[in-house]
Design a protein around this ligand. Structure first.
Ligand SMILES: Nc1nc2c(ncn2[C@@H]2O[C@H](COP(=O)(O)OP(=O)(O)OP(=O)(O)O)[C@@H](O)[C@H]2O)c(=O)[nH]1
Ligand SMILES: [Mg+2]
Ligand SMILES: [Zn+2]
Length: 299
């Protein structure tokens, strides 16, 4: 009889599946074509030797996709609902990169929140954060070093399945350690049989908060490079542009040099922040450069 389960860790040739009683089972994969991700809901069957075998993977609601060093798309986590994008006063914030993560979240689609870490290093928060709040992104101010603001992050994760992403050196690993130390428990620590500790060799692992929030972590998830296929996707990723899209003179308006552009009118009226619009322009340039290099890429 197949049972339902949740993939909580992925290894080279097997996955760890959590059953309804939160017990962990080492499960083999019947074929190379069946490739469950952490966060996948699966059906699996117990074998005579107490291990299991995955028989099917349920349709994914969302997939976080990474681009590997050869430019190929590689799925890394399933059914995420929340990205926590980390920025800090040092290294100095790359706001365009942060926007790129926010675009990626919109496209997944998943919620997104900004965690401004190393709050201890500055007396005032950067003005960019207020602009992001105004378009509806929650912002948490934290210090992983001093353990402050972590409750707010935990609260944001309630009932969500999240991942921590962002620029190198902002404190993602420190935040995860602080959260794991104080609020989170590795799923494996809950049960005995077949359980793995936090130090598994898995490519990704799911952790659980006391409030029902879940958390997928691995280097590949933390440092995933947001990939935007086309300018159409980019436009969908700027949430404050949405009410204005379809109102420009030209159907294929890129909202750059075109006349009678509803997005630029909203910018002039102060409804769209100049910094976000400039970031959009930078990301347009980036996509066009990539498209010129790889003509096969979408337009
Ligand atoms: N002052 C201060 N320093 C911090 C804080 N959090 C992290 N750091 C320091 O920032 C540096 C980078 O922290 P990491 O946690 O390694 O950053 P990361 O985002 O995981 O970096 P990558 O793994 O390279 O992507 C370390 O020296 C940390 O000690 C904080 O809240 N305040
Ligand atoms: Mg790190
Ligand atoms: Zn336009």
């Amino acid at each position: 009889m197949p049972e339902r389960g949740l993939v909580v860790a992925r290894h080279r040739r097997h996955v760890t599946v959590e059953d309804a009683a939160r017990e962990w089972h080492r499960c083999g994969l019947p074929s190379r074509r069946l490739r469950p991700l952490v966060g996948d809901e699966v059906e699996w069957e117990k074998q005579a030797d107490e291990t299991g075998i995955v028989t099917s993977v349920a349709a994914r609601r969302t997939v976080l996709t990474r681009i590997d060093s050869r430019g190929r798309r590689e799925p890394v986590a399933a059914n995420l609902t929340q990205l926590l994008v980390v920025a800090a006063p040092a290294p100095s914030p790359d706001w365009t990169l942060l926007d790129r993560y926010l675009v990626a979240a919109e496209l997944i689609p998943a919620k997104a929140a900004i965690v401004f870490n190393k709050r201890d290093l500055v007396s005032a928060e950067p003005a960019q954060l207020q602009e992001l709040r105004e378009i509806g992104y929650p912002v948490c101010l934290t210090s992983a070093l001093h353990g402050t603001g972590l409750d707010d992050v935990a609260e944001l994760m309630a009932g969500e399945r999240g991942a921590v992403v962002g620029q190198s050196g902002t404190g993602k690993s420190s935040l995860i350690n602080a959260l794991l130390g104080e609020r989170l428990q590795a799923v494996g620590a809950l049960t005995g049989k077949g359980a793995h500790g936090r130090h598994t060799t898995s490519s990704a692992t799911l952790y659980r908060l006391g409030n029902g929030g879940e958390f997928i972590d691995s280097p590949g998830v933390r440092n995933f490079a947001p990939y935007i296929e086309s300018i159409t996707e980019l436009q969908r990723g700027f949430r404050e542009f949405q009410p204005h899209l379809g109102r420009c003179r030209f159907d294929n308006c890129r909202h750059l040099a075109e006349p009678d552009c509803a997005v630029k009118a909203a910018l002039a009226a102060g409804e769209i922040a100049l910094r976000r619009y400039e970031s959009y322009g930078n990301l347009c340039d980036l996509i066009e450069t990539l498209q010129a290099r790889q003509p096969g890429r979408g337009g």
